[in-house]
Write a protein that binds this ligand. Structure first.
Ligand code: FAD
Length: 515
């Protein structure tokens, strides 16, 4: 007889962790099984890699998350890079540590392509590799299909689960000065909560001053300690290959155990698919659950980044300030936020300060604490189109034995015009703060490089243009829920994880009530 669970959660990133945590709190007796394709790479499980101070151990965890690209030949080089203050930021197609490039089919039919699309596969998903920026969406970024009351309540819960704070760098050098300069230019006419401010970050600042970045392990908390005996179990290296259905509703999941190379079935009253924006539609497709909008409306944040040295006149303000980075994994000295404003600034501005240059500089370059600033502007896609989509090839299987992923994506003339505006705006931020290092123009990152893929399982009120209803349930099913960045229905410009977690709270609350 097959084992039956109240809920099977597929994927162990922030979205899966939110569902498991929220359901378990509301329904303490619920039996929950979480399955994860990738391996357990940290101890404790789901711990953020930035909290691992031993570089070799940290790099090993990153490598093990890289699925088919976990190539040990690069290991020594990766450790050396992890130890270097100059991280050698790539403007090309290199995958970020902990991720691997999907390498989707080459561009065809005049499409732009999505060359830098990347994924992570490990317990905790990208949530153990992320930078923790957790801004909330403003007017023009938020969907109007949920009431403000419901969405704001879910956002509050998301902040609590992710341990979001705006005080992580209160005593860092030059943060206030940077915000003052930017605020003078951007704050006029904005509501108080949409002015330049410290970036909300998912981390705990401990008594010692050390920063503990939030990973899904921190979100699951005692669920991991109580383990199986208490009705929650996490199975790593276990891929959900198909949701089993009867009369259109889920009644189990077909699982593949990679270590034992065997398939088996479990029963489920509810299934939660939280397998990222490309692989949640992949699993639904493989299961024959295919609403019209599934995989469509793909959009991401196209990014432009410039690296600036603060004006020397600010140097005096940094004198005597303790270096904030001592003992930390990197030389990060603070992050500020220029929020999206639909009238005047249709971008999300992320202003990161460093104690050393993240890009190569010559020997004469002199940095002082907090003086090197990376200004990244994210833009939401202007034209969100049905044609931009993730598709699956039933005749070719990927590394995990699932239908291979193909992406169709086109950056339109309207999108390009918005990007040109972003590049000009990034130049303006540079002028407000100092001067570009090496005289470099802002760099535009390749498509897919944001790692923030939205829309592919979006929610809404129309079953032809959305994949989920407003309870995050797949249209046409009664008991299949989805979590992830793909659920975000708008081309919001701000980083997606806080919104992803808030929408997962909406789905989990509904599911828990039904248990
Ligand atoms: P994921 O975290 O991707 O987890 C999905 C999991 O599902 C994966 O582990 C995968 O292996 C598993 N899975 C897939 N298919 C199956 C299957 N069939 N069966 C079982 N398991 C499966 N976001 C922000 O908002 N702010 C930031 O500052 C930020 N910085 C980032 C920096 C880096 C370097 C990276 C890599 C990401 C960053 N992100 C950031 C993105 C953020 O990490 C993601 O938005 C977030 O992790 C998404 O959570 P998720 O649970 O939806 O998906």
């Amino acid at each position: 007889m097959k084992d039956t669970y109240d809920v099977v959660v597929i994927g162990s990133g922030p979205a899966g962790a939110t569902y498991a945590r929220t359901i378990r709190t509301a329904a303490p007796n619920a039996r929950i099984l979480m399955v994860e394709s990738g391996p357990a790479v940290t101890d404790p499980l789901g711990r953020h890699v930035r909290t691992i101070s031993e570089p070799r151990e940290r790099v090993a965890a990153q490598f093990a998350s890289q699925g088919p690209a976990a190539n040990p030949a690069d290991y020594d080089e990766a450790v050396a890079r992890a130890l270097s203050p100059s991280r050698g930021r790539s403007s090309g197609l290199a995958a970020r540590p902990g991720t691997w490039l999907l390498n989707p089919t080459p561009t065809s039919n005049g499409e732009t392509g999505f060359q830098a699309a990347a994924l992570s596969s490990n317990v905790g998903g990208m949530g153990i590799h992320w930078s923790g920026a957790s801004p909330w969406p403003g007017i023009g970024e938020r969907s109007t299909d949920l009431s403000d009351r419901e969405f704001d309540s879910a956002l509050d819960e998301a902040r609590r689960l992710l341990l979001v704070t705006q005080h992580a760098f209160d005593h860092a050098p030059l943060g206030a000065e940077v915000r003052h300069l930017l605020g003078n230019h951007y704050d006029a006419g904005r509501r108080a909560d949409r002015r330049v401010q410290p970036m909300p970050l998912a981390m705990e600042v401990q008594q010692t001053g050390e920063r503990y970045w939030t990973g899904p392990g921190a979100m699951l908390g005692d669920l991991l300690v109580a383990a199986d005996a208490d009705g929650f179990e996490l199975r790593a290296e276990t891929t959900a290959r198909r949701i089993l259905t009867r009369n259109g509703d889920a009644d189990g999941v077909l699982l593949y155990d990679r270590r034992e190379d065997r398939e088996y079935e479990v029963g489920a009253r509810f299934v939660v698919v939280a397998a990222d924006s490309l692989r949640s539609p992949q699993l639904l497709h493989a299961s024959g659950i295919r609403p019209t909008a599934l995989g469509h409306y793909l959009n991401e944040h196209t990014m432009t980044t410039s690296t600036i040295q603060l004006d020397p006149s600010l140097r005096a303000a940094a004198e005597g300030v303790r270096k904030t980075s001592e003992g930390a994994v990197d030389l990060l000295a603070g992050v500020s936020w220029i929020p999206f404003d639909e009238r005047t600034f249709p971008f999300h501005g992320q202003i990161t300060q460093w104690d050393a240059s993240p890009i190569p500089v010559d020997a004469s370059f002199e940095a002082w604490p907090g003086s090197v600033v990376e200004c990244s502007l994210f833009m939401g896609k202007v034209d969100v189109r049905f044609e931009d989509r993730v598709e699956f090839d039933d005749d070719e299987l990927d590394f995990f034995g699932m239908p291979a992923i193909r992406i169709h994506y086109t950056f339109t003339d309207n999108d390009q015009a918005r990007l040109d505006q972003a590049v000009r705006e990034a130049g303006r931020v540079g002028e407000l703060l100092g001067s570009a290092i090496n005289g470099l123009e802002p760099v535009v990152m390749p498509h897919g490089a944001s790692l923030h893929y939205q829309g592919t399982t979006r929610f809404g009120t129309d079953d032809q243009t959305s994949t989920l209803d407003t309870r995050m349930r797949v249209w046409g099913t009664d008991n299949v829920y989805v979590g992830g960045n793909g659920t975000i229905p708008t081309p919001a410009a701000c980083n997606p994880t806080l919104t992803n977690v808030a929408l997962s709270v909406v789905g989990a609350r509904n599911l828990a009530e039904r248990i």
